[in-house]
Design a protein around this ligand. Sequence first.
Ligand SMILES: [Zn+2]
Ligand SMILES: [Zn+2]
Length: 261
Amino acid sequence: MTKARPTLFTIAHMYVLACFVVFLLAYGLTIVLTSVGYHRALAHGAVQLHPLARKALVTFGPWLTGFDAKTWVVMHRNHHQYSDTSDDPHSPVNVGFRGLFKAQLDGYARTQMALVSGDPTYANLGRDLELSWPTRTGRWYVPYLLQVAVGVVVGLSFGWWIGIALLAGLMSHIVQGAIINYFGHAHGGRNFDIDDNSRNNHPAAWLVLGEGFQNNHHRYPSSARFSYRWHEVDLGFVVCRLLEAVRVLRVVDKTLMPRPG
Ligand SMILES: [Zn+2]
Ligand SMILES: [Zn+2]
């Protein structure tokens, strides 16, 4: 006679698995929009988005990531321009690990205020982009309120932990940013002796789709691929290739980087 399975145990496991899958999907969506969309496409032009994909990104990106595309891009271009100097908006060289979260928020808020007030120094760095409605109108917090509302509705419908998993995934950009900005500029090896403190950090690269290879990226900012040596894995570039196969984008920098082994 076969023994009946402990149903409650199985349901509990399925629920935990569902929470994990929801978190992973929201986390993945956030990092793909940020790394492939905002970073490689909009900030550096390393990949060219299909016009409809570009329109969708700048329209819905702020609602999904909480970040205005133009503000993010201008802050990032400032980061490249002043990398690890006192004018870098978020360098661990200046503020360490504990100060990084605040530096990121302050840098974003400062960039946002400068763009809304029309400060030419900042405006010149983002002439190719428009401010989104929430930022333009000073209602930058509305996307976050919407995300919380969606989390509550999902929580009420499917259980609170599912709602929390969704929200944690959508809000993970703060942690993703800190992983890149801290480990990618504080810990790890360097392939290139360039004039900043950028590093190549493998665990960070696995967690944030290749973005941990900041040293490679700062050496070749226009390259769609951030990996250089054979053992460096850039999943973000894999996503670029997959999206290129379905014509969502085109990889512009075809030269890529050599792989010396
Ligand atoms: Zn960097
Ligand atoms: Zn960059």
